[in-house]
Structure formats: C-alpha cells, structure tokens
Design a protein. Structure first.
Length: 222
C-alpha cells in the first residue's frame, strides 16, 4: 500500500538518536569531494522499511539525487515536497528522483534525468561525488542515493504534477544527531514500525528520505 494510513507528525517522539554533529570543517566542498574520493570504512544503518514489503516481490530499481548546494552562507540540501495526489509517497518530503527508465545507463543517469524532469535543475550545474548503499522502501523500491555538489546560480522549474514545493535545508542541521528523532507506530499485519524524522520548520522530513540522510550522516562522520 502506497498511501499513508497514519499521520507521522502526530506520533510522539520516542527518543533522539543523539550522536554528535558532523564537524563543520567536514562540511565543505573540498572535504566532501575528498571523502568520496577516498571513502572510509563505515557501517551503513539498516532500516525496517524493507520488512514491510512482500518478500516475493522483486523491488523496483530507482535512484535519487542528494543535491548539496554550495551556498556562500553554508552548504544546503535541496529537497522537494511531493504533490498530494501521487500514488507513491504522496505529500511527503523527498529527494528528487524516481524509478529507472529502460533508456538509463546507470543509477547516476537516472538521478540526473529525474532531477531535471522534476525540478528543472540542469546537469551542467551538478558534480556527482558518488553513491551510498541502496535503500529498500516499504513501497517496494530499491533506491540508489547519488550524492552531488550543485553550484549556483541555477534556475529551478517544478513539475506541477509531481512537485508541490522546492526548498533547501542547512546541511549542518541534517548532519546533527540531535535533530534525528525516532518515532514508532503499530501497523496492522506489519507490527511495530520505528522510523526516523528530522522536522525542519514546517517541513516534516521522515521515512526513506530521513533514512538515506542517516546513512550520509554515518558516512561523513566515520
């Protein structure tokens, strides 16, 4: 089932992850480029979403872009809010991306194509750094997160069918374990599900997006 059957924002906070923030000196263009050029030994976090889908169903390959914008006042992450009528993850905060097309030659190509289609960000502004481990969603997708630097100035144009809003969040906020909440719910035929949330102002970042950001967090602080 793709439509939400609960409102995650109304659920109480169980706890905070609480790990120390990634040091500010690591959140620079040069340090990010160096980190992906020489990856450390690290352990990705596993998440419960993959347990919610039917094990007999092969996951649909997809890819998202993690667009880190090089702002003078500090790095930000570009995110979208999906429109309310979509079948998958309607109304949720997402990274630009989507399912693999038969013409795509790689996960990177999928992420770049989908980003341009969804938000109008042309690939000439994008420098791909690398990829993080695949993320398996409860809605049956195997998502490859592609991390990239984005250099302003650039123009954006939201696809009105898929994207309700485009916004940016300081990367330093997202890379701080003090801002990573754990919330839980008991779902019929699924049981208790715990997920991460990273509320920022009026935007409630949670689920797959928060899970992929958790792995970027672990990768950068390793």
């Amino acid at each position: 089932m793709s439509k939400l059957i609960f409102d995650p924002e109304t659920l109480p906070i169980d706890s905070y992850a609480g790990e120390p923030a990634v040091a500010q000196e690591r959140l620079t263009e040069a340090r990010l480029r160096a980190r992906f050029a020489n990856p450390p030994s690290w352990q990705p976090e596993t998440f419960e979403e993959r347990l919610m889908r039917k094990l007999t169903a092969a996951p649909t390959p997809a890819s998202v872009l993690m667009p880190i914008v090089l702002r003078d006042e500090g790095l930000t992450l570009l995110l979208t809010q999906r429109t309310a009528h979509l079948n998958d993850h309607a109304g949720q905060i997402s990274l630009p991306g989507g399912r693999v097309d038969e013409t795509d030659t790689s996960a990177i190509e999928t992420a770049l194509r989908e980003t341009e289609e969804e938000v109008g960000l042309h690939r000439r502004h994008i420098e791909v750094l690398g990829s993080l481990p695949d993320y398996f969603t409860g809605t049956g997708f195997r998502v490859t997160p592609v991390v990239a630097l984005v250099r302003p100035p650039f123009e954006l144009r939201a696809d009105p069918f898929e994207v309700a809003e485009i916004f940016e969040v300081p990367l330093s906020f997202l890379m701080d374990g003090a801002n990573h909440q754990r919330r839980s719910i008991d779902l019929p035929q699924v049981g208790r599900r715990t997920f991460y949330a990273m509320p920022y102002g009026r935007f409630f970042i949670w689920g797959a997006t928060a899970g992929m950001l958790r792995n970027l967090f672990h990768f950068l602080r390793a």
